[in-house]
Design a protein around this ligand. Structure first.
Ligand SMILES: Nc1ncnc2c1ncn2[C@@H]1O[C@H](COP(=O)(O)OP(=O)(O)OP(=O)(O)O)[C@@H](O)[C@H]1O
Length: 363
């Protein structure tokens, strides 16, 4: 008798659940129906052009901003000031893009003040926490200096130290590596990973797609106050590009035309900026040796055969393409899109995607 199949584990209670959230400022509707779910212990990265609503979303989650419509739940509570705001904020650590610090105070006094605000008191245990946080973020040697003399990176490190003093369950970072040198950025990102590995939930905004690549368990691409796509990067990539692809290069670029007619080939895409290379979409990567043999038998001298892994950058531009009036290229990167870092005014009506057949499922 076959063993009974165990029912799937229930999904854990989300740490953050936003549903149909609208937030308006005088003339701008910064959030136009944003929905977002964040599971415990995961890293969610909010991506999107300037003005997409990322910072507003973070401020709504922390209760710094109320909403005009929709529902916001953080740890199952309403973070609005008049409701459970204080209870929510006690469990959150926040680092904004330009952290507010007291320039005239020393780093230590800034941390001490924050510890007192968190209700930790100033005792041996708190002092130990302060030193541990400052050491973790590499700012301990400068703690007695006035913060006004800190570099941008030192200020960010101090703000990061401050954000973890009360051992929050949810960390919200708005461009945490902005202004940091590569070494410091690397250190900060690996600390964020460590904290998530320890069970802390992290939500972060960044414009640096490479940075998000190694970090995001969930990406949320925002545009005009809405989430236009969200999910695990690998799942989103599979939705956009259901086929596996292999990149081929040849000494004679024209020789690669032959590949389109070979068995199992579903399409061939030029690689922007790389003459003599193409991405070949196949029904199964196990076809690749066959393709190589077929091409070499026809006298094609191959210079490159490598699986083509999609990057988060390609995904980002593919997701945004219909919103900026540039069709998603099968080759991935769209220089036209890269040259338009922001939209002036509301996005044009979406154009049908050329490849992503499941685009309709992306909001
Ligand atoms: N306090 C405010 N008063 C008026 N408008 C605001 C305010 N805060 C945000 N906005 C507007 O709301 C929209 C979304 O802004 P938001 O800062 O959330 O975007 P963002 O995605 O974080 O942008 P960036 O990547 O530039 O930081 C923008 O049009 C912005 O001008």
């Amino acid at each position: 008798m076959p063993a009974p199949v165990a029912p799937p584990a229930p999904r854990p209670e989300p740490v953050v659940a936003l549903s149909g959230v609208h937030r308006r400022f005088a003339r701008v509707e910064a959030l136009r129906g944003l929905s977002l779910t964040v599971d415990p212990g995961t890293i969610t990265v909010l991506l999107g052009p300037n003005g997409a609503g990322k910072t507003t979303a973070i401020r709504v989650i922390t209760g710094a901003l109320g909403v005009h419509e929709g529902s916001v739940r953080v740890f199952g509570l309403d973070p609005d000031e008049g409701r459970d705001g204080e209870a929510v904020r006690r469990r959150c650590g926040i680092v904004s893009a330009k952290p507010a610090l007291y320039d005239r105070l020393s780093g230590l006094d800034n941390l001490r003040y924050a510890a007192e605000l968190y209700g930790l008191g100033w005792n041996a245990g708190t002092k130990e926490r302060v030193m541990a946080a400052a050491t973790r973020f590499g700012i301990q040697a400068a703690l007695s200096d006035q913060v006004g003399g800190y570099s941008t990176g030192m200020k960010t490190r101090l703000a990061l130290s401050r954000s973890v003093l009360h051992e929050p369950d949810l960390l919200l970072f708005d461009e945490p590596t902005s202004g940091l040198d590569p070494e410091s950025s690397h250190a900060v990102l690996s600390m964020i990973k460590d904290m998530a590995a320890d069970g802390t939930t992290v939500i972060m905004c960044t414009h640096l797609l490479l940075e998000a690549e190694g970090l995001a368990e969930q990406v949320v691409v925002m545009e005009g106050g809405l989430d236009i796509a969200s999910g695990r990067p690998t799942e989103l990539m599979r939705r956009f590009w259901p086929d596996d692809a292999v990149r081929l290069g040849a000494e004679d670029p024209g020789a690669l035309d032959a590949v389109a007619d070979l068995p199992g080939v579903r399409g061939v895409d030029a690689v922007p900026g790389r003459v003599g290379e193409v991405d070949v979409r196949v029904d199964d990567l196990r076809r690749v040796p066959e393709l190589v043999v077929a091409l070499t038998t026809r006298g094609v001298r191959l210079t490159r055969v490598s699986p083509h892994e999609r990057s988060l950058e390609e995904l980002y531009f593919a997701v945004r393409a219909p919103h900026i009036g540039v069709a998603a290229s099968d080759g991935g990167l769209m220089p036209e899109a890269a040259a338009r870092p922001d939209l002036a005014g509301p996005p044009p009506a979406p154009t049908p995607p050329t490849r992503p057949t499941e685009e309709a499922s992306l909001r």
